[in-house]
Design a protein around this ligand. Structure first.
Ligand code: FAD
Length: 651
């Protein structure tokens, strides 16, 4: 059957990439269809029930700043929130939340069902239709044809997915879901370059069989300490529009440890391990190893930490973070039961590894459109990444760019100094992957600019211009931006005279005597001085009018939540002003590389001075600008200088 209705954008897959892609396209006003295996699994978390963390939390905030869903869904589903790296400075400070799986999925589905211009349809897609090098639609398992000039493919781990438990294997997209075999074959026919990767997950445990009395309790932020002490810090939120009142009940996690006995049991299964016997050929994530990998690689360690994370408020299921495994089930069962506190544990679902097809992302443009087929975009795990957040970031970019192509708008290409999403897409499309790619703050060279707290200031205007940001978010953003400007001026132009404070008061309030006249901004840079200090100072000096009392002015105009964001922002940008300026200058210096465009069809082998290896790498990566060429692995400053001379001359 030919479905008569013509869509602008078809998204295949209802995971974290697909849902953000579909919502982005519909927010931009496109007639959008989201086709997925099963509507019940929209927004399903295949592995651990948690969102964010170092580097990943940054992406979630960026998705939010661009009008995306993930942060809001987490605010409505999060059962434990923590700020990680709290003491390490704002660049690497990150938000992480445990989510109730069902609440998360429900929020995603509700949002999709209510998105204007977005239709859902449940069925496997078997075929991508291509005419004259351009995509024209898709065909489902039962032969229903849907037409659109753009298709975003977000099939996750499903393409030719094979699940391994010990030496047993079966075809699946993840446990309990079918693999996408036909679609995988079709993509092979289309000669899109591909390879195999693998990832794994731990067995899940019934909480009723865990002895929590012997485990260490780990409360989240906003929860009382184990000794009944006051919460370490207030309950965080993910979305810039979020409110801690949206969070459901908060739960603790628990910490357990493996022992030498556990490791001995696991070793007994090595001869039936699909990894060690070579049954699995795909490469797995090095930084997220299975427990058998850990005890093999770090043979001298006799214990590993495990976090027992609740899967939700209405289930007893626990996720034991740290013991991902594909060893045979009998070994899993005995190994889990050798852990203190888990002696009587009942395993609800076995751990497993999954191998799947992914596509070499160097064959994508920076918009995530395939170079080979016009209008066909790839996002998420099929580009060789791992993680919900990485998938969401790509989904938003691919959905927005598919819509932009249809609507004739400028594409959404974020640079490395603008967003972690820019780093992610640039790394993928210029360097490719050799193992499942996950985000780390160390991947970003401009970390101090790319903080969680300023994601909206970096991206919301951009999102608004493209049509991704709705009026509510835009109104909030504008009020915040205006308030920041007012307060910046106030900090720079409000002076405290040297004689205004006696020595003792100055030392108490701002850490040291005032030897000259100081602007409030100068005082805010002093160690230990915060916005609260400035409030105390204002009160001490009798500045009770709204011009001088920072807190009062903020709350009058903005309300508490927005005021808190403004204050955090001002504290950070004032305190780190010197470093931030230096990094901005460096970015400026590199901007000239960004301005040198490299032709898409240029044959680098025609420049003999480049050398064969550099030419091959550039021919494969096809960088769009000299700046992108600088990111290609193996490209030296000398090569860049040659390219600069050549392409400047041609202009
Ligand atoms: P998915 O979330 O996999 O969604 C794919 C969607 O596409 C599904 O809705 C599926 O039904 C649909 N689909 C596929 N093919 C078709 C088709 N032909 N027709 C219609 N619909 C289709 N991430 C981590 O960060 N850390 C981990 O430790 C980790 N471990 C993992 C362990 C396992 C076993 C698995 C399966 C995943 C793991 N992940 C982990 C990865 C994480 O789940 C993914 O990175 C993330 O879900 C990718 O999002 P996605 O949208 O690309 O794909």
């Amino acid at each position: 059957m030919d479905f008569a209705y013509r869509f602008d954008v078809i998204v295949v897959g209802g995971g974290h990439a697909g849902t953000e892609a579909a919502l982005a396209a519909s927010r931009m006003g496109c007639r959008t269809l989201l086709l997925t295996h099963n509507i019940e699994t929209l927004g399903q978390m295949s592995c651990n029930p948690s969102i964010g963390g170092i580097g990943k939390g940054h992406i979630v905030k960026e998705v939010d700043a661009l009008g995306g869903l993930m942060a809001e869904a987490t605010d409505h589903a999060g059962i434990q929130f923590r700020i990680l790296n709290d003491s390490k400075g704002p660049a690497v400070r990150a938000t992480r939340a445990q989510a109730d799986r069902l609440l998360y999925k429900a929020y995603v589905r509700r949002t999709l069902e209510n998105a204007p211009g977005l239709l859902l349809f449940q069925q496997a897609v078997d075929d991508v239709l291509v005419e004259g090098g351009r995509v024209t639609g898709v065909c489902t398992q039962s032969g229903i044809v849907f037409h659109a000039p753009t298709v975003v493919l977000t099939a996750g781990t499903f393409l030719n997915g094979v699940v391994h438990v010990g030496l047993q294997q079966h075809s699946a997209g993840r446990a309990g879901d079918p693999s996408a075999l036909r679609l995988s074959d079709r993509l092979k026919e289309l000669k899109l370059p591909q390879d195999r990767l693998k990832t794994g997950t731990p067995p899940r445990i019934d909480g009723r069989s865990i002895n929590f009395d012997v485990l260490e309790r780990q409360p989240g932020d906003g929860m009382p300490g184990n000794d009944g002490s006051a919460p370490r810090r207030p309950l965080p939120v993910f979305s810039f529009l979020g409110d801690a009142a949206q969070h459901p009940q908060q739960l603790p996690c628990w910490i357990a440890h493996t022992s030498t006995a556990t490791h001995d049991i696991l070793r007994e299964g090595f001869d039936r391990s699909p990894m060690f016997t070579g049954v699995i050929g795909g490469v797995g994530p090095r930084y997220c190893p299975s427990i058998e990998d850990k005890i093999n690689r770090f043979a001298d360690k006799d214990s590993h930490q495990i976090f027992l994370e609740p899967e939700g408020l209405t289930t007893h299921e626990f996720y034991p973070n740290g013991i991902s495994t594909s060893l045979p089930f009998d070994i899993q069962w005995r190994a889990v039961r050798s852990i203190r506190g888990l002696e009587n544990a009942h395993i609800l679902r076995p751990g497993y590894a999954i191998e799947y097809d992914y596509f070499d992302p160097r064959h994508l443009h920076a918009t995530l459109e395939t170079r080979a087929i016009q209008g066909l975009f790839f996002a998420g795990q099929i580009n060789g990444t791992t993680g919900y957040e990485e998938a969401a970031g790509q989904g938003l970019v691919a959905g927005a760019n598919a819509a932009a192509q249809v609507l004739g708008r400028d594409p959404l290409v974020l640079q490395r100094h603008e967003a972690y999403i820019g780093v992610l897409v640039n790394d993928l499309t210029t360097r490719g992957v050799t193992e499942p790619y996950r985000m780390f703050t160390s991947r970003a060279e401009y970390r101090l600019q790319l903080r969680e707290d300023n994601a909206d200031l970096r991206l919301t205007e951009r999102g608004r211009a493209l049509g991704l940001v709705n009026d509510t978010r835009w109104d909030f953003f504008q009020r915040k931006r205006d308030a920041l400007e007012t307060q910046r001026q106030r900090l720079a132009s409000t002076w405290v005279q040297a004689g205004a404070l006696d020595e003792a008061s100055a030392t108490r309030l701002v850490g040291a005597p005032l030897t000259r006249e100081y602007a409030l901004a100068d005082l805010l840079k002093r160690p230990g001085v915060t916005w609260q200090t400035l409030d105390d100072l204002a009160a001490h000096l009798g500045w009770d009018d709204s011009r001088h009392s920072p807190r009062a002015a903020q709350q009058d105009q903005l309300g508490a939540a927005l005021a808190d964001q403004v204050i955090e922002q001002l504290e950070i940008e004032t305190r780190y002003a010197g470093y931030i300026r230096k990094q901005a200058e460096e970015i400026e210096r590199l901007a000239h590389l960004q301005g040198v465009a490299l032709p898409a069809d240029f044959d680098y082998a025609s420049l003999p001075s480049l050398g064969i290896e550099a030419a091959q790498r550039l021919n494969q990566a096809r960088p769009a600008t000299l700046h992108d060429a600088a990111q290609v692995s193996g490209i030296t400053p000398a090569t860049l200088a040659l390219l600069m001379v050549h392409f400047r001359k041609r202009r």
